[in-house]
Write a protein that binds this ligand. Structure first.
Ligand SMILES: NC(=O)c1ccc[n+]([C@@H]2O[C@H](COP(=O)([O-])OP(=O)(O)OC[C@H]3O[C@@H](n4cnc5c(N)ncnc54)[C@H](O)[C@@H]3O)[C@@H](O)[C@H]2O)c1
Length: 357
């Protein structure tokens, strides 16, 4: 592993202005906080359309726990961003004129594209919207980066480990040929191809990030890591399909955010193009995840179910390239990171849901 102190990365970001498109979400607000802690000017553009107040306050209004807890998490994000000095603008990234105005006003030197339906399951329910939020927003970002090429040094795209499709072996690296399956993975792969095309034709500085199975404080997406701890607290069973032998490269949000800041700071600028897996780098089973929940909430009920036929086959995303080039050394194994998250969740549950659960 290359040793690159974080302070060196921050020095390289000095004077940068980072624009996060779709930045009020789970990854975006955590990244914004870390950038601000490093004194980097940061602006978030978001239309609050996915995993938002509307989803949680209105559509899920029958589920009191979800409503109260998730709204509390969403409000905390705003409080934290405001206190940290993040600029925030409500803007639909599908609207070119609004985006152009924001580019004009903020004058970003680095842009991170995060807008999407960030779930393969949700994307499958609404493929047209998935296409739109991933690719129409990206079209506008690519064009604005091209038109402002003197100013924008780096465009970072949040892709996904799902571009690899079903794993043939235990692990993949960035040289493994993508074989995306389904609308979510395919729009991610198309997005990667478009980003690389703009790099080739216009020498745009680009950086593609492939994260996997994130978990952490203030996530409201109800992926397995959130669903398990929430079900344990609500007295609902934790469902283990196929005995919970499915494997995912679970990654704590703090590790990802640090890796992204490293990639932004160390990127070579105009003319450079990179793709990085940014995960913990060690796939773990769903049963192992459930075991940690059971340690934190001993009353948790584990229930085995038959394996779903369509379930993707996943594994470890190797991270040698990020270690070598970015000095990225993730420091949160599941036992520490997920346990810390579960303990935090229990505390928030007590404060917010309390006796109403
Ligand atoms: N969370 C994960 O485990 C994970 C893993 C791999 C890849 N990713 C990718 O990372 C990115 C961010 O994921 P996240 O977990 O923060 O998701 P998220 O849903 O929390 O955040 C996405 C944000 O994009 C915003 N958005 C959507 N359409 C928009 C539009 N038209 N204009 C402006 N904003 C818009 C949403 O309102 C939301 O705040 C996504 O592209 C996702 O596919 C996430």
């Amino acid at each position: 592993m290359t040793d690159i102190p974080f302070s060196t990365v921050i020095e390289k970001l000095s004077g940068s202005r980072v624009l996060l498109v779709g930045g009020a979400g789970f990854i975006g607000h955590n990244l914004a906080m870390l950038l601000r802690a490093s004194n980097v000017e940061t602006m978030v553009l978001d239309n609050m359309m996915v995993n938002s107040m509307v989803d949680n306050a209105f559509h899920d209004r029958g589920d009191l726990t979800k409503r109260k807890l998730n709204i509390h998490f969403l409000m905390s994000r705003f409080d934290m961003m405001r206190d940290a000095g993040v600029h925030l603008q409500n803007c639909d990234a599908r609207n070119f004129a609004d985006m152009a105005q924001a580019f004009d006003a903020f004058k970003p030197t680095k842009v991170v594209h995060l807008a999407a339906i960030a779930s393969a399951v949700e994307a499958r329910k609404n493929p047209g919207l998935c296409f739109d939020l991933q690719l129409t927003t990206l079209r506008n970002v690519l064009e604005l980066c091209r038109l402002n090429h003197e100013q924008v040094e780096t465009l970072m795209l949040l892709s996904s480990s799902t571009v690899y499709g079903d794993f043939e072996g235990d692990s993949v690296d960035e040289t493994t040929r993508p074989r995306p399956r389904g609308i979510y993975a395919n729009t991610k792969y198309m997005a990667e191809r478009l980003v690389r095309t703009y790099h080739h034709t216009d020498r745009l500085g680009t950086c593609i990030i492939r994260p996997s199975a994130l978990y952490g404080e203030r996530c409201v997406s109800r992926r397995v890591s959130q669903a398990f701890i929430e079900n344990a607290l609500a007295g609902r069973p934790l469902l283990l399909e196929g005995g919970g032998d499915g494997r995912l490269d679970f990654t704590y949000i703090e590790d990802l955010a640090e890796g992204m800041v490293r990639a932004l700071g160390l990127h070579g600028g105009r003319g450079s193009s990179d793709t990085f897996n940014l995960t913990y780098g060690n796939a773990r089973t769903i049963a192992e995840l459930a075991a940690i929940v059971k340690e934190v909430v001993p009353t948790a009920i584990l229930e085995e179910r038959p394996r779903a036929v369509e379930k993707p086959v996943r594994g470890t995303l190797r991270m040698d390239k990020a270690r070598e080039r970015l000095g990225f050394n993730p420091s949160w194994p599941l036992e520490r990171g997920y346990r810390q998250y579960c303990e935090w969740y229990v505390e928030e549950w007590r404060k917010v849901v309390g006796a109403n659960a």
